[in-house]
Design a protein around this ligand. Structure first.
Ligand code: G6P
Ligand code: BGC
Ligand code: BGC
Length: 924
């Protein structure tokens, strides 16, 4: 096929024999050849324009903004660091696509010793054309068979060998071992592969071919393999440049400049995919009719235009088109064309390399042309050589313009004017065309004079580099497996959660009947939720959460006004003597009264006391045991209302009328019930956790009466203290429990609430560090410090925006040096711990609302749950996970979660108001 004949040139595109529109038609042969050669001449200005335009496309693609698709793709490769050189082991590398119609399998041994190299064993396989153009499955089966053949003769046992897949095509990578092919290039056009994860396709083929013991852990673009293959001593190379059948480059970009990545530190390797650069403004002027013909007749017309002017797959074709054109014009070969000149792809890179080589005299060129079935005249050889030089020189110059754009980008991104950089080069064009590198180097010096660039030829085509990435990937994959093993017990199944729900129901029933149960199901003597008729001023205390608060609550027809003051409870007071604690409480009340101008007034007081109390009445509560870091002496077994009254007495001149003691769950239920009468459950997920709900009095064995309801404080924090949760408890839960001031107690609370989640995470991080999975195995004093990893860090780290940056900021404050992989793993640890907590909490709420539904014999129950607590309120996903678990486990209950605005102090005041109203009524 005479491509020139078939140029199908339209009028105005240059008359026959005149290749370029608007250019004078050369009168004689040499002029005609000169004219062709002139077309391949690119000016400095044109190269700079290409450099600028390519840089523009690179930066547009990095910003990832919407708008016209940038000419280059700028694909993150998940390679975040250049090799440490410490990587060790035998790794298999499968290379597909770098060198056109061949596939290479290597076994690379990394010694981890600088300068000590073991020669890789490798084998090349030719890929039949029909495989390169056939069904994708056929191609991957072919690759797997080659792998199997190679492994069959490999002296190293191939059990558990890790494989790095060097796949040299544009791919969206979403992980070191997950990569979706965007489009084929370079003579490949297999069906059913574009848009697919090529690692999975290879894994499936390896399985189909029965190749065992091979674990594909990384997929790498050949430019990355070339860059990573750079000897640490020489480099590190921070740019990988490949000119083989195709062309492309990668480089280390500041992660913060890559919009699609949520990273603000460190660097990430970007595969530019500059082969698709096609800015008409910059490229148009240097494209010849031969380029357009080549593109038109290629497998992917309109795509990879830049590559088709540089890549080794195309240089021979460009030369053929020019020679065919000149032959048809009678300028070369006596005007005789030949089947070679007619057939596409017949002049190969090696032909051009040989003919272009200045040391190859006319005789050598003559011989090559004869091998191609041509009958060259003596003058032809010199013209042909010049055509080869023109085509290759332009390729090297265009490549230089592209590389200069990368250097400019590096200067920008590193804010460095003078840049010293090592570029790893790989590919047949470099190996076969001695002049290519020198033209490239000279042109780069012209276009990027401030950059001191050293070119480091990659030793084995990037195989070692791919092995390095594979080693890193293998290490990360091993780390990921260890992370998954560590976190697996935190990933609760629906069955496990349903079992918790069922066990909690059973424990509730037993507790209500006064049988042995880890749920005490404590009657609270709150019989009704507020009905809105409450009125008056009340003092309220709120002890047991993050803050101790004293409140003045004014209940009027118009609603409730609250003024409050937060006071701290120092640890020495919370864990000192009971007298000291209650004296401190009274001191705060007196201070509050003075500030509120209430001194001397004896307002009814409601006391939110957020600890397990057995109540015999509204104003009597025996503290069963402290929880949440409180351990004041001489209080457990005491009536805390008495303790408060004694403290008031000790502080003469203070009049206070303690009317009610309520648990914070009850206060929260009442507080929300004031707004929504359907609120019959109170849930706290804060420092501690607990739930109360309105139970049918007939079910409460310890309280007389069969009609009506009473609020029951379940004290679910202690659920599982009888060992019923042991199947869910992990080594880390046991460590946190052992280190707590109440070991063996509050097991459910210790898996859910804010006082403990940070500690669970810290213990997991210590464990993963000891396995070498995190922080390069370096244990730091800080991380060994109790409570140093606050639960609020989980909320910050799991916030959707800026996650990895938060992780870094938090962990660097803890003096932990971390890599981006570390950051991701810490995020996953936090997610696993908080997700389990929310799901367990959800299973508990599902048990309670299902109990209420069944109590009332309802098909469907609509109910509201009043919630308070820092963890529930501040954690970005906790509340939605709780709600989702409740929907899953109690589908016949429509549950609305109401976040309490005013805390349970208001609730305590309302309970007091109800008590006062009831007391008043009995008095009249
Ligand atoms: C609110 C309530 C307190 C409750 C606390 C629990 O502040 O008013 O009664 O104890 O929430 O949450 P926290 O996160 O403070 O432990
Ligand atoms: C591919 C690149 C590859 C380059 C060099 C191009 O066709 O799109 O991914 O790096 O060839 O092999
Ligand atoms: C206490 C409960 C309280 C919960 C939430 C638990 O430790 O035992 O009484 O409701 O914390 O504050």
């Amino acid at each position: 096929m005479d491509s020139i004949g078939s140029l199908g040139l339209q009028q105005g595109e240059g008359a026959p024999g005149c290749p370029q529109e608007g250019l004078p038609c050369p009168s004689n042969s040499s002029e005609m050849v000169q004219e062709c050669l002139r077309q391949f001449t690119v000016t400095g200005a044109q190269l700079r324009q290409i450099q600028t335009s390519l840089l523009g496309s690179m930066e547009q693609a990095l910003r990832g903004r919407a708008g016209p698709a940038p000419a280059v793709r700028m694909l993150p490769t998940y390679v975040g660091s250049t090799p440490h050189g410490t990587e060790q082991g035998d790794f298999v590398v499968l290379e597909l696509g770098a060198t056109g119609a061949s596939l290479r399998v290597l076994c690379v041994t990394l010694t981890g010793i600088e300068g000590h190299k073991v020669e890789p064993r490798s084998r090349e396989f030719v890929i039949p054309q029909e495989v390169m153009l056939g069904p994708g499955q056929q191609l991957f089966d072919f690759a797997a068979r080659c792998l199997s053949e190679f492994l069959a003769v490999l002296p190293v046992g191939n059990q558990g060998l890790q494989l790095g897949f060097s796949f040299s095509f544009p791919c969206h990578q979403t992980g070191l071992d997950k990569s979706t092919l965007i489009s084929w290039t370079k003579g490949f056009k297999c069906s059913d592969v574009e848009g697919q994860d090529v690692v999975q396709l290879l894994r499936d083929a390896i399985q189909r071919q029965g190749v065992h013991g091979i674990d594909v852990v990384a997929v790498v673009n050949d430019t990355v393999g070339t860059m990573m293959g750079c000897e640490p001593g020489v480099g590190p190379c921070e740019v990988g440049l490949v000119v083989d059948t195709g062309t492309n480059a990668c480089y280390m970009e500041e992660a913060r400049h890559v919009a699609v990545l949520d990273e603000d530190r460190g660097r990430v390797c970007i595969s530019i995919e500059w082969g698709s650069f096609s800015d008409e403004g910059a490229l148009g002027p240097v494209q010849t009719v031969f380029d357009r013909t080549l593109d038109h007749e290629s497998l992917n017309p309109g795509a990879q235009r830049f590559e088709k002017m540089i890549g080794g797959l195309y240089l021979g074709e460009l030369v053929r088109l020019v020679l065919a054109h000149l032959a048809q014009r009678g300028v070369l070969f006596g005007g005789h064309t030949s089947p070679v000149l007619q057939s596409q792809g017949s002049i190969l890179l090696e032909h051009v390399a040989e003919m272009e080589d200045p040391s190859a005299g006319a005789a050598r060129v003559h011989a090559v042309l004869q091998d191609l079935g041509l009958n060259p005249k003596p003058s032809d050889a010199e013209w042909v050589q010049r055509v080869c030089v023109a085509v290759c020189t332009r390729a090297a110059q265009l490549c230089a313009a592209a590389l200069a754009a990368v250097l400019s980008r590096l200067q920008h991104s590193r804010e460095q004017q003078a840049l010293q950089i090592a570029v790893a080069t790989g590919g047949q064009v470099f190996e076969r065309h001695p002049r290519f590198l020198s033209v490239l180097r000279e042109t780069v010096m012209l276009l990027a004079p401030d950059c001191d660039v050293s070119f480091i030829p990659s030793v084995d085509g990037g195989g070692r580099g791919v092995a390095m990435v594979t080693a890193v990937a293998a290490r990360l994959a091993a780390h990921r497996r260890l992370l998954e093993e560590t976190l697996a017990p935190f990933r609760l199944t629906r069955e496990q959660l349903a079992a918790v729900q069922a066990q909690m129901r059973e424990a509730m029933a037993k507790g209500l009947q006064g049988e042995a149960s880890s749920l005490r199901m404590l009657p609270t003597y709150v019989r009704a939720t507020p009905d809105g008729s409450e009125r008056g001023d009340f003092l309220a205390l709120d002890l047991g959460g993050t803050n101790f608060r004293v409140l003045l609550v004014r209940v009027t027809a118009g609603g409730v006004q609250i003024s409050s003051q937060i006071y701290s409870i120092p640890e020495c007071v919370a864990q000192g003597s009971g007298q000291q604690l209650f004296d401190h409480i009274v001191d705060c009340i007196v201070d509050f009264q003075q500030k509120q101008g209430l001194s001397g007034q004896s307002l009814p007081l409601g006391f939110t006391f957020s600890f397990p109390c057995r109540q015999m009445g509204l104003d009597q509560g025996i503290l069963l045991n402290w929880t949440k870091g409180f351990k004041a002496s001489d209080c457990e077994g005491q009536d805390v209302v008495c303790l408060l009254r004694e403290a008031i007495r000790r502080r003469q001149a203070v009049e206070l009328n303690v009317v009610a003691i309520v648990n914070d769950t009850v206060g929260t239920m009442m507080s929300c019930g004031y707004e929504d009468p359907r609120c019959e459950v109170g849930l706290i997920v804060g420092t501690g956790t607990n739930v109360c709900y309105m139970e049918e009095l007939r079910n409460v064995a310890s309280v007389d009466g069969d009609s009506g309801q009473m609020c029951i404080n379940t004290e679910w924090g202690a659920f599982g203290d009888d060992g019923s949760l042991s199947m869910l408890s992990t080594y880390f839960d046991a460590s946190v429990d052992q280190a707590s001031i109440n070991p063996g107690k509050q097991r459910f609370e210790k898996m859910i609430s804010g006082m403990y989640l940070g500690e669970i995470v810290r213990h997991i991080l210590l464990h993963l560090t000891s396995l070498g999975v995190l922080f390069r195995g370096q244990q730091t004093q800080r991380l060994q410090t109790r409570d140093i990893f606050k639960t609020k860090f989980l909320s910050e780290i799991e916030s959707d925006s800026l996650a990895l940056r938060q992780v870094r900021a938090i962990l660097e404050d803890l003096g932990l040096p971390l890599t981006s992989d570390d950051a991701l793993m810490v995020l996953e640890v936090c997610q696993a711990v908080s997700q389990r907590a929310a799901q367990l909490c959800g299973a508990g709420v599902a048990a309670v609302v299902e109990k209420i539904r069944e109590n009332r014999g309802l098909e469907e129950l609509t109910i509201s749950v009043g919630v308070d607590g820092t963890l529930y309120k501040l954690h970005p996903h906790f509340s939605s996970l709780v709600a989702a678990t409740v929907r899953e486990l109690a589908p016949r209950c429509v549950v609305t979660f109401l976040q309490s605005e005013d805390g349970s102090g208001k609730g305590a005041a309302l309970v007091t108001a109800v008590a006062c109203r009831l007391a008043q009524r009995t008095r009249v």
